[in-house]
Every structure is written in C-alpha cells, then in structure tokens.
Design a protein around this ligand. Structure first.
Ligand SMILES: Nc1ncnc2c1ncn2[C@@H]1O[C@H](COP(=O)(O)OP(=O)(O)OP(=O)(O)O)[C@@H](O)[C@H]1O
Ligand SMILES: [Mg+2]
Length: 268
C-alpha cells in the first residue's frame, strides 16, 4: 500500500471522520470508499436496506473490525492508524485499546454481562480501563443509572430485567466510560413494542439535555426524523443521499432513497 499521509483536522473540526474507508470481506465490498464527517454534538441517523453496511460502519468505528483502506479519525487523531515517520501505519492492538474508550456502543441484542448486577455492569470497565477507584466508579454508575431510570434495579441481574430495562442499563454502561461519541445499532428492534418508548425517551433526553454526539442506526423512521440533525441513507456501502430529516424524508432526490422510503413507510 502507498504511504498514507495523515490529514490535519483543525480544532473545532469534525469529531469523527471517515476518509475513503473501504471494508471488505473476501470479495464482498461492504464499505466502498466511504467519506463521512460527524460534528461535535451532532445526532446522525443511518438508514438503508439490509446489508447496506450500516452495522459495519459502527463496528469499524468501535474498532471491532479492521478496515482495508482509508483512515478513520476521532477527536483530531487517527483511530485506525498510528503515526510512523511522516506517514501512517495500521494501529497496533495497544494503540487501539487506548483509544477505544472514546467510543461507546449499544447493540441490538442486549449484551450485558449476565453474571453481574446492573451496577456491576456499569463499574467494570471504568475501573479496569480508566483506573477509577470502586467508589468513584460506583458514584458515576449510580448517577447514570438514575439518568436512565434504573437506580431502583441496580442490584438486579440482567435475567431479572425486561429487554427495555436491559437496554437502558446498556446505555448507562456505555456512558460510564464518558465516550466522545455514542453508537446505537437498532437498539429497540429486539424489544417488545410496549417498552420501546422508554428506551427512545432515554435517547431523546441524552440528545436534548446532554448534547452527546451520537450515530444511530435505526429502522424507526419517525424517531430518526424527530431527533436527528442529519440522516444518511446508505446503499451498497456508500452514502447514496444525506440531508436534514425534512430534506431526506419530504424531498428525497435519489431514486434508491425514494424506493426505500416507499417500501418502509408503506409497510407501517
Ligand atoms: N463477519 C462478516 N463476514 C462476512 N460478511 C459479513 C460479515 N459481517 C457482515 N458481512 C456482510 O456485510 C454486509 C453488510 O453487513 P451489515 O451488517 O453492515 O449490514 P446492515 O446494513 O447493518 O444490515 P441490517 O439492516 O440487516 O442490519 C452484508 O452483506 C453482510 O452479509
Ligand atoms: Mg445491521
């Protein structure tokens, strides 16, 4: 590969930048020279058909998957690469470990540690990774469990919590690392309809009262429309179209976007 030269990201520039990012599995190109900037405090929704690369975008940003080409930057510095001479080389596991805590992710499937209580789930990483004392970590965790309305269930194990309650703990657990950016991958799609609202309310309040930077993959068009600053429509590993919710939902320009919106909105 040719030497990659790092981009200078100005102060106050985007918090996250995908620069020509390609991700493939064998012959299958899942992200195809993707360019995407996310500004500080921005709430960006990603929509698009199944298999278009939405989850992959979040997984490579979370460093759960390596990319094949391009560079991802977070907070002004390369995430996927580290400096070598005047260029960049792929990051080592240690380099990634030091940066991964800047990013928090909540998945579709509840993935709390089953053998730990809600509170223990939230103190584990801040103690191990950030080096907080148990008291500090518990104070922080209790504040966050309160924020998501789960303080009364702090001593319960996940098996005694509803799906909606588990997702709220998972959000608190991710926030406990004070991430610069939160990634949400269809966090309500495995939930029973009656508890979806409580999780959406938490996301709504994080967005309006705590001005977090968030990237949310969702099939809930109404919610995406309500809370997003920007909506990106993915098609075959690229952003086929993006804009404000009003632009994208009321006046889509791309044929693929129109077809997709017809299909999902007709289905509801
Ligand atoms: N570990 C993997 N190995 C091989 N192919 C993979 C792997 N993970 C994802 N893919 C493929 O990459 C493509 C994009 O997957 P991705 O999960 O990003 O889609 P998505 O847009 O999130 O879809 P959905 O709406 O169904 O969740 C799919 O074709 C998928 O089969
Ligand atoms: Mg997905």
């Amino acid at each position: 590969m040719d030497t990659i030269h790092p981009q200078k990201i100005a102060q106050g520039g985007p918090l996250v930048r995908f620069a020509d990012v390609t991700k493939s599995y064998g012959d299958l190109t899942v992200l195809d020279r993707l360019n995407l900037d996310i500004e500080q405090n921005e709430m960006v929704s990603i929509i698009g058909p199944s298999g278009s690369g939405k989850t992959t975008v979040l997984r490579v940003l979370m460093t759960l998957e390596t990319i094949n080409d391009g560079v991802i930057y977070v907070d002004g510095e390369p995430l996927t690469h580290m400096p070598k001479g005047t260029g960049l080389e792929f990051a080592s596991e240690k380099y990634l470990r030091d940066r991964r805590s800047k990013i928090g992710m909540v998945f579709q499937q509840f993935n709390l540690f089953p053998h730990m209580t809600a509170l223990q789930n939230c103190v584990e990483a801040p103690m191990k990774v950030l080096g907080l004392s148990r008291d500090q970590a518990e104070d922080r965790a209790l504040d966050l469990l309160k924020l998501v309305g789960m303080e009364e269930k702090k001593d319960h194990h996940p098996s005694r919590l509803s799906g909606g309650q588990q997702q709220r703990v998972a959000i608190a657990r991710a926030l406990a690392m004070r991430p610069k950016v939160m990634l949400l991958d269809e966090v309500t799609s495995a939930l029973d309809p009656e508890v979806i609202g409580e999780v959406l309310n938490v996301i709504r309040s994080l967005n309006s009262e705590h001005s977090l930077t968030m990237i949310m993959v969702t099939h809930q068009m109404g919610f995406a429309r309500e809370i997003s600053d920007r909506v990106c429509f993915f098609y075959e590993g690229k952003i086929a179209e993006q804009g404000t919710p009003d632009q994208l939902f009321d006046d889509p320009q791309n044929e693929r976007t129109k077809q997709f919106l017809h299909a999902v909105l007709d289905a509801n």
